[in-house]
Design a protein around this ligand. Structure first.
Ligand code: ADP
Ligand code: GLC
Length: 479
């Protein structure tokens, strides 16, 4: 049998080890699907959280020096196998053993180190993947490093590179000196404009230029980022490479997110027998101190609370929205201003609105299962994982028609009854109110239509199957 080709995924987070958002969902689920055709491995930073929960299982396999330009650092690599996927973890106490994943003043230095360590690790392991699949700015320097750092080593030059943009808003912009001092690369790469964006050096731009193929997480977003409105300044570079830019929509781990088997929800249910969903709703209302009522429409949101997610559209229109006969739950953390707005909502509408501040995996399952509708009024949304999960749990998404939300949610058609949720076009109070009112009208006055939508949503294929085929085609095209 021919040896499988190997793909190394490089990322800054991945389930089941660490998660701050949808990137971790993707890194935790896509490799498991692709492994049937490829030898798939994943490399992540060894954060404190991972050490706490997994260190007993990990095996240290190598320690080596890294020449960072102006300094020498030491990195160790740990290895672990899970579900047929090999994981590598890069250890550096100073950079990764902290309370949070991101948000530090030296993030540039931290991930410059990670990219160097991933690149140099290959020589020490004598493992040269056919493809390195990097994700978002944190891994953006890898394609360039592989090409420049070991000029005499053909094994590095043979590697093909795929770079996936999960969110173009975060590009990794840092002072240009970092090129030399943290990455050991010549300043001419900045001076001649190659990795320069404005006054900064830019990790994502470097990846867009040096990867063989660029992908993003929905077809619609692939078009959007070519425009000034969504491109965040990288649109022209992307236009130059548009021939190599693919939009491949995300799926979810349908074993982990399955209302028929989910141990984190009050009662399991299926599309044919949905009685359990009513119990999940009552349990959720009880747990969060809402009035327990099967018949009141329960709308929820599980999200990072940033302007990307349209949270201010909600807050600015909360009195009108709560004028509809609904209960509202928000789970999330983020901007202080948004958190305060949601505290006000909870205070004004006792037993009808709850804001749970925090990151809580367990509660998120209970919410996806217990709510009737899921609110996602994003200003932009590369793909969105939450609307996929909510459809799987028969919780109808109410989304703004942007990015992957437009590609994955079919809006309710009042004439044909088709649809898997509700959608609106403009990020305005009028639009969000209009669509939410429409959803409540269907919920209260047209139960048959609502139930049909729930059936459609639960039957929708949100797995990786279709997209995996596209990744195979993409990989073949560069091998
Ligand atoms: P993004 O990656 O932009 O934050 P996605 O919709 O792609 O948005 O993915 C968000 C993921 O993070 C989903 O799996 C969602 O359930 C999860 N999530 C977001 N906020 C929380 C939270 N406060 N508690 C638990 N899970 C959360
Ligand atoms: C980013 C995007 C989100 C996407 C996720 C996984 O966090 O904001 O839309 O679903 O990455 O690709």
């Amino acid at each position: 049998m021919e040896k499988k080709k190997s793909v190394l995924f490089a990322a800054s987070e991945g389930m089941p080890f660490v998660k701050s958002g949808g990137l971790a969902d993707v890194i935790g689920s896509l490799p498991k699907v692709l492994k049937s055709q490829y030898d798939i491995r994943v490399v992540l930073p060894l954060y404190s959280d991972i050490i706490e929960r997994w260190i007993d299982k990990l095996k240290k396999i190598v320690t080596f020096n890294i020449n960072q330009g102006q300094k020498q650092t030491v990195a160790s690599v740990y290895r672990y196998e899970l579900d047929g996927v090999t994981y590598y973890f890069i250890e550096h106490q100073g950079y990764f053993e902290r309370n949070n994943l991101y948000g530090y003043p030296d993030d540039g230095e931290r991930f410059a180190f990670f990219d160097l360590a991933v690149t140099d690790m290959l020589a020490h392991l004598d493992y040269f993947p056919d493809i390195i699949h990097s994700n978002d700015w944190q891994t953006g320097m890898i394609p360039l490093l592989c090409k420049r750092r070991h000029p005499g080593d053909a094994r590095y030059l043979k590697i093909r590179h795929v770079f996936t943009i999960h969110n173009i808003l975060f590009q990794g912009n840092f002072p240009p000196e970092m090129l030399e001092s943290c990455l050991g690369l010549p300043m001419e790469l900045f001076d001649d404009g190659t990795v320069r964006q404005g006054r900064d050096m830019n990790f994502m731009k470097s990846a867009i230029l040096f990867a063989d193929k660029i992908t993003t997480v929905s077809n619609n977003y692939a078009h959007e980022i070519l425009t000034e409105q969504y491109g965040e300044g990288l649109e022209q570079i992307l236009q130059r490479r548009s021939w190599d830019l693919w939009g491949i929509v995300n799926g979810i781990d349908t074993d982990m997110w399955n209302p028929a088997t989910d141990k984190k929800i009050a009662k399991r249910y299926t599309v044919e027998d949905r009685k359990g969903k009513r119990e999940c709703k009552r349990a959720l209302q009880r747990q969060l101190g809402l009035r327990v009522s099967s018949d009141t429409m329960l709308v929820a949101m599980v999200s990072r609370l940033t302007s990307q997610k349209g949270v201010y559209l909600l807050i600015d229109n909360m009195y009108q929205l709560m004028g509809l006969d609904i209960q509202f739950i928000v789970l999330g953390t983020g901007d202080e201003h948004a958190e305060n707005g949601l505290r006000t909502l909870e205070y004004r509408f006792p037993h009808r609105a709850v804001y749970y501040r925090g990151y809580n995996e367990e509660l998120s399952h209970a919410i996806y299962a217990g709510a009737d509708a899921f609110m996602m009024p994003s200003v932009f949304e590369p793909c969105g994982i939450s609307q996929l999960i909510s459809m799987r749990y028969g919780t109808l998404p109410i989304v703004r028609e942007t990015g992957g939300l437009k590609d994955t949610v079919t809006p309710y058609n009042t004439y044909t009854g088709e649809g898997t949720g509700f959608s609106f076009k403009n990020a305005t109070g009028d639009d969000i109110l209009h669509v939410t009112r429409m959803a409540t009208e269907v919920y209260y006055n047209n139960k048959d239509a609502w139930n049909r939508l729930v059936t459609n949503a639960m039957n929708k294929d949100v797995s990786w199957e279709g997209s995996a085929e596209l990744y195979y085609r993409l990989y073949s095209s560069i091998l």
